[in-house]
Design a binder for this molecule. Structure first.
Ligand SMILES: [Zn+2]
Length: 141
């Protein structure tokens, strides 16, 4: 994580500030804003979880297995038996549709976890948060 933080100094060596990578910022953002007393104003309102869509999917559930509530992030190992029961959430529901596509965001590392429900099986795909973009940015430093 050390290379995600770049401390900036002027030509006389006086500290100007620090630059964080998107990944590092995602990790410390809440702490930093809270410490500076900015948490309330600066936290952009998160889109509410589409719980209605999830309800609808459960209502019309026609897969050959019961409704599954477990979510696992293969990137950081975050896991839950019942995402909706976690308080605070380990995973945020970001999408759910009748085709059986249910997406989550790992609250630990922001990985996108997609559970694809097929007739008799579930396929889970994890996409790390902005992995490629991060590498591109680091290349510029
Ligand atoms: Zn994760």
């Amino acid at each position: 994580m050390a290379d995600h933080i770049h401390e900036l100094f002027d030509k006389d060596g006086n500290p100007i500030g620090a630059l964080l990578s998107a990944e590092a910022w995602a990790v410390v953002r809440d702490d930093v804003l809270a410490r500076l007393g900015l948490a309330e104003q600066s936290t952009p309102p998160e889109k509410p979880e589409p719980l209605g869509d999830w309800e609808t999917l459960q209502e019309y559930w026609d897969f050959d297995y019961p409704v599954d509530t477990d979510v696992t992030c293969s990137v950081c190992g975050n896991t839950t038996e019942d995402w909706a029961a976690d308080d605070p959430r380990k995973f945020r529901l970001t999408a759910a549709n009748l085709a059986g596509l249910v997406s989550f965001q790992c609250r630990n590392c922001l990985t996108k976890v997609v559970k694809k429900h097929f007739k008799d099986t579930i396929v889970t795909e994890c996409t790390p948060f902005q992995g490629e973009k991060l590498q591109n940015k680091e290349g510029r430093y």
